[in-house]
Ligand binder design. Structure first.
Ligand SMILES: [Zn+2]
Length: 310
């Protein structure tokens, strides 16, 4: 690898990107898609930096420093802080992009382009079709099914995937030394290095994961639909919490499937057959799929919890 990308995994994609840089085969729009927290936006930022640095990504020049601090005059960065991108912001972005950049390359970096509602995406499409001068859009997406096909077709696409546990483990051990939480964190992170690093750095996040996991264990071992529906109400109001819930539940059932046959005293065994656990797992995935597609969250979750009652 020629450049120091400072990221975990994705060797194949990085080699390809480096080849494009080498061959000066840069197109005006890229779309990096893949699961959350696998490093797409980090790579997008590095890519922008390589393209903006006049000294071959030296890490030291003013351009490099300005990009890393988010203050580069010809690089617009719209990081995802959980907000949608309104049509007015797209109009402002189009206006800024059209301003002269004194012969320099302008780079627009947008994290999770699906944050633009359809109306805003349609407006954005105009500038994507005819970008002024030397403009490069680097877009990322976690839910690429919510990106307009017309947007996708105007970009060069890169697909990112979950990273193998062993690769993340090696990185964590090198960075943090041996730590008794690493095994558990890798299980929780499920191939997302950004998430694993977050869990290492913020113990409160790890505690939260453990609490939800224990709650799920408690819920599966008894009938208590009233309390389960109370949780549904909480999750319905908090999409971050909803994500933690789905991650933990999926991890829980996955583990149960593996230990079901081997452990003699498995308290779930007396309650569910192996087939029923498989069905719960499938139902959980389906519920998540429906919620991602903006179905009535509360109803979908209530239906799911009804299946945990006996
Ligand atoms: Zn530089």
């Amino acid at each position: 690898m020629k450049y120091k990308w400072d990221t975990i995994g994705h060797q194949k994609q990085l080699v390809q990107l480096e080849k494009e840089i080498q061959d000066k085969n840069i197109v005006h729009a890229y779309l990096f898609s893949g699961p959350k927290d696998v490093g797409k936006f980090r790579i997008a930022r590095m890519f922008a930096n390589i393209l903006q640095c006049p000294n071959d990504f030296c890490h030291n020049c003013d351009d490099c420093k300005l990009i890393q601090s988010g203050a580069h005059p010809d690089t617009i960065v719209m990081a995802d802080k959980g907000e949608t991108i309104k049509i007015d912001q797209v109009r402002e972005l189009i206006h800024k992009t059209n301003l002269t950049s004194q012969g320099k390359r302008r780079i627009i970096l947008i994290e999770n382009i699906e944050r633009m509602p359809i109306e805003a995406q349609n407006s954005f499409l105009k500038i994507l079709e005819e970008p002024p001068g030397d403009t490069v859009f680097i877009l990322t997406s976690t839910q690429v099914n919510q990106v307009l096909p017309t947007t996708k077709s105007r970009t060069r696409r890169y697909f990112f995937h979950n990273i193998e546990d062993s690769v993340i483990k090696q990185y964590l051990e090198e960075k943090y030394g041996s730590n008794s939480d690493i095994e558990e964190i890798i299980q929780i992170a499920q191939g997302r290095p950004g998430f694993a690093i977050n869990l290492m750095n913020k113990p409160v996040l790890l505690t939260e994961q453990r609490n939800v996991y224990n709650q799920i264990d408690f819920f599966l071992k008894k009938n208590d639909i009233a309390r389960k529906f109370m949780l549904v109400d909480e999750l319905d109001k908090d999409s971050k919490q909803m994500e933690v819930f789905f991650d933990a539940f999926s991890r829980y059932l996955r583990k149960q499937l593996y230990v079901y046959l081997s452990e003699k005293d498995n308290s779930l065994k007396s309650r569910y057959s192996l087939k029923e656990i498989v069905e719960l797992f499938e139902s959980l995935e389906k519920t998540r799929y429906l919620i991602d597609r903006n179905t009535n969250k509360k109803l979908a979750l209530e239906n799911f919890f009804l299946q945990t009652e006996k």
